[in-house]
Design a protein around this ligand. Structure first.
Ligand code: F0G
Length: 457
């Protein structure tokens, strides 16, 4: 097989900032050993997130100039609405400034005390928005999904038996909707099979419960279905994506991922009454229904991004660029979640640092070590993000996985940047026994990973 090359050439460049190790030590201490608190200027390769960090194409930039900034009924909105309708098939398209705004609107209508909202795995803001509404967010990952070294095709699937049990016990009185996150971000960016989406759809329909996709990375998921699911190879990513959406009743979307834009999101759905309620909330907090917190130019770039993200050359390169890193790390014997997911490389911090127990945050320790070693910023997805301390017994409940996510911004870094990342991880792996855990000095009650302060043990 020939090298899968970046399917673009570079038109505008932005210089990288090189820093020294002593400088990074100073910066990290000042940031309370929390990489979210490190200024981006102090980072060489920024893999904190794939969200809002994409490089836009020349066509998207052209759209930015062409944006119609009318308050009501802008041409850019109608282009955006048409694009989303054609992609998803949903009747009502409600733009929001990003994904969590769509989540907040949806859960403030359907959530509330006593309600339970299941998902294959909720990501951080989704869980937080459900909990803020007073409802309970329940994760139903598969056992395979929680086994980092096991190679299977669709480790992002939902545990269907567990969903069936939950629906049977709680019924539609307590379960106002079922969500499915594609790809599954809390579970190493693993894809969900079309067969699994179909089964969840059937179950939800038999109970009369709405089924929504958390569709941030729908195109990457569609590519995995095309290349792995029997009978799908001859289908286009767009056709597969359309079927995914058709099996659900609506979706929340963060355009900052597979929309290939720096800001933007939407809520799209078929239920007219629910859409009306959502628009009423939108007007109070986001904006008029034809812009929802975005500029006309943002809608223009977003519509264009939704077209480009489904191009086969792009998706082949995108998925290959992650697998390239995972294969190299695996060959070096470095514990990495397998197989490669769609948007990020996930290191298995529990296996990387077996001498650091979950309550001393091995993922956070590893993420900090990668920054000190090579100026690489990654993100802990483990017990800092999802661990809990029981308020009554004070017992520590670790997250199901201790991961470090190196999320790869879309169309931003080249293969040599990734080779540098591999070398840096390998250097830290060689002296892994020297690494120490961390202790939390202060943390807010909700979404603590963003602002908590730590101290090395
Ligand atoms: N759902 C999933 C699965 C996500 O990964 C995110 C964001 C959101 C919803 C919320 O979207 O940021 O536009 O409000 N995830 C980012 C990340 C932040 O780093 O994975 P948003």
């Amino acid at each position: 097989m020939k090298t899968v090359i970046e399917p673009f050439k570079i038109k505008t460049v932005e210089p990288l900032q090189f820093t020294t190790r002593p400088r990074r030590e100073e910066v990290l201490a000042r940031a309370g050993w929390n990489l979210f608190c490190v200024p981006a200027e102090e980072v060489l390769i920024d893999l904190l997130t794939d969200s809002g960090t994409s490089a836009m194409s020349s066509r998207q930039w052209a759209g930015m100039l062409d944006g119609d900034e009318a308050y009501a009924g802008a041409r850019s909105f109608y282009r955006f609405e048409k694009t989303v309708r054609e992609l998803t098939g949903y009747r009502h398209v409600i733009p929001t400034h990003q994904g969590r705004a769509a989540e907040r609107i949806l859960f403030s209508i359907l959530g509330g005390p006593g309600k339970i909202i299941p998902n294959n795995s909720h990501f951080d803001t989704t869980r937080a928005n459900i909990e803020v509404s007073g409802a309970e967010a329940v994760d139903l990952p598969t056992e395979e999904g929680l086994a980092p070294a096991l190679v299977r095709d669709f480790k992002g699937n939902m545990n269907l038996a567990a969903l069936e049990r939950l629906l049977k016990q709680q019924g539609r009185e307590r379960v106002p909707l079922v969500l499915m996150t594609v790809t599954n971000n809390a579970c190493a960016g693993q894809p969900v099979a079309l067969g699994c989406i179909r089964r969840v759809s059937e179950l939800c329909r038999s109970y009369g419960i709405p089924f929504f996709l958390d569709a941030c990375r729908f195109a990457e998921n569609a590519w995995f279905i095309k290349t792995r699911e029997p009978g799908c190879r001859a289908r286009s990513p767009r056709e597969i994506a359309r079927e995914m959406f058709a099996l659900a009743d609506g979706c929340t979307m963060s355009g900052k991922k597979d929309g290939l834009v720096n800001i933007g999101g939407f809520l799209a759905l078929n239920d007219g009454q629910l859409a009306q309620q959502a628009r009423n909330i939108l007007i109070v907090t986001e904006g008029f229904p034809t812009y929802g917190g975005l500029a006309g130019r943002d809608l223009e770039a977003f519509a264009q991004g939704l077209e480009e993200v489904l191009e086969e050359d792009y998706l082949r390169y995108r998925i290959r660029s992650i697998a390239y890193v995972v294969e190299k790390l695996d060959a070096l014997g470095i514990p990495v979640y397998k197989p490669a997911g769609g948007h990020a490389v996930y290191l298995d911090a529990a296996a990387f640092l077996p001498h650091i127990p979950p309550q001393e945050f091995p993922g956070q320790a590893l993420a900090c070590a990668l920054y000190l070693e090579g100026g690489i910023r990654s993100c802990e997805i483990g017990s800092v993000m999802f661990g809990k301390t029981d308020p009554e017994t004070l017992a520590f409940r670790p997250a199901p996985l201790e991961q470090v996510r190196l999320a790869v911004p879309r169309r931003v870094y080249t293969q040599s940047h990734m080779d540098y990342v591999i070398e840096t991880i390998a250097a830290v792996f060689d002296r892994r026994r020297e690494l120490r855990g961390l202790r939390i000095l202060s943390a807010p009650p909700l979404l603590r990973h963003f602002t908590a302060r730590f101290e090395p043990l």
